[in-house]
Design a protein around this ligand. Structure first.
Ligand code: NAI
Ligand code: COI
Ligand code: MG
Length: 368
């Protein structure tokens, strides 16, 4: 199959891990006889520096006509003085909105070789497998008004939803639960927020169409606690944009590192943008030590969700697990034994599990 992928490396560790995902996709293309072509475009701080805007028109146009988009990360201290509306992060919010990517899937699973890398007890973490379904193009990150008064003494952000926006993400949550263990936890703050009350009503309405799914409601503060005290309780979590953002970083602790978590941001027709859950990690950028696995697993999600390449996606996931089982890891994973590798060597270990020695050498020599 021929597929055109837009690469948005962005800032900080973004370009370092993007190179790793591309190497893994090159291995998949060779092994499964596909042709992936890549076009790189600017976003975030990189786009501010080069084009004076965090989201150039050209980037939006390229993404709109692509088969899928891969994104590294945006942001960093270099651009921290800018107003929210011109920040690197606004470029990311902007591309999600421009492409209509309302459904953000964030799978969180505990990997057996990393069980001891989590600060949580192994008996709590073992067997965790959660899918966070986060609403991505509305809610608190997009509501208007948002801003500061002229004299600087007042600020406002707005949590706004239409019925249709809640319905479509709730349906995604039910659909995901139906394909998994059949349990849906809707997370809200209905004891305080009007938006959450409507969210709850809609979940109850949609539940009638999914008698095979067991539904519960949890308040977000209690859900944050239960994610740590009883993570295996959860199957699918469906929630508002900011709640999902916060809960997914928290849930990453179950896996041992935020560097492990991938995500897919999807539109109804299957167009997707794939990115790791973490940010640009400015504290380690340029050191060549970032964990590339969240980015690589995001590329696996692209193969599955945008290209329908289930077998190829499973091959990448297996290559990652085999790499970890061989004792390989990056510095962020607090594993006692084994080899601590930098980004490039970790990528090579994954590519080795997909390809012959000569192909691995060819791919990695051009990339490292
Ligand atoms: N999707 C995106 O592009 C996101 C961007 N950001 C932006 O990133 C910048 C930094 O934000 P932070 O709050 O520091 O969050 P962060 O996720 O970038 O980093 C948090 C901690 O996790 C570590 N970390 C993150 N990714 C890692 C990886 N792949 N390997 C090893 N360690 C890793 C970092 O070194 C840091 O100690 C900010 O400008 C923020 O707005 C934050 C979250 C998401
Ligand atoms: C705009 C982003 C920085 C929000 C975020 O942290 C995320 O999507 O994970
Ligand atoms: Mg986040």
């Amino acid at each position: 199959m021929k597929k055109q992928v837009i690469l948005l490396p962005g800032d900080g560790v973004g370009p370092e891990i993007m190179a790793g995902a591309k190497a893994v996709l090159d291995a998949v293309a060779m092994e499964f006889n596909h042709e992936f072509t890549y076009h790189e475009h600017a976003i975030g701080g990189d786009a501010i520096d080069r084009f004076d805007t965090p989201l150039p028109e050209d980037t939006i146009k390229a993404c709109q006509t692509a088969d899928a988009v891969l994104l590294g990360a945006v942001g960093g201290p270099k651009w921290s003085g800018r107003p929210a509306s011109g920040s690197p992060e606004s470029g990311l919010l902007g591309i999600r909105k421009a492409l209509g990517l309302f459904a953000n899937l964030r799978p969180v699973q505990s990997f057996t070789p990393l069980m001891h890398a989590s600060p949580l007890k192994t008996e709590l973490v073992a067997g965790c497998d959660i899918m966070i379904v986060r609403e991505l193009t509305s809610g608190l990150y997009f509501g208007r008004p948002s801003g500061r008064s002229a004299d600087g003494s007042e600020v406002v952000d707005t949590l706004h939803y239409t019925r249709e926006e809640i319905e479509r993400i709730v349906v995604r949550g039910f659909e995901a639960a139906r394909k998994r263990k059949g349990r849906l936890t809707s997370v809200d703050k209905a004891n305080v927020l009007e938006s959450s009350r409507m969210w709850r009503e809609i979940v109850e309405e949609k539940a009638r169409d999914y008698p095979d799914v067991t539904v519960e409601h949890q308040l977000v503060d209690a859900a944050a606690m239960k994610l740590i005290t009883n993570p295996r309780h959860f199957d699918v979590i469906v929630t508002e944009n900011m709640f999902g953002d916060i809960l997914s970083d928290e849930a990453s602790v179950l896996t041992g590192s935020i560097g492990m978590l991938p995500s897919a941001s999807l539109r109804a027709d299957g167009l997707g943008l794939y990115e790791p859950v973490h940010g640009s990690a400015p504290d380690i950028a340029g050191e060549g030590i970032a964990n590339p696995l969240g980015m690589i697993l995001s590329a696996a999600m692209m193969l599955k969700y945008s290209f329908g390449m289930e077998e190829e996606a499973e091959a990448v996931e297996k290559a990652v697990i085999d790499c970890l089982e061989a004792g390989n890891h990056t510095h962020d994973l607090d594993v006692k034994n084994g080899n601590v590798f930098g980004t490039d060597m970790m990528v090579r270990k994954v590519v080795e599990n997909l390809s012959s020695r000569s192909i691995t050498d060819a791919i990695c020599s051009s990339y490292m």
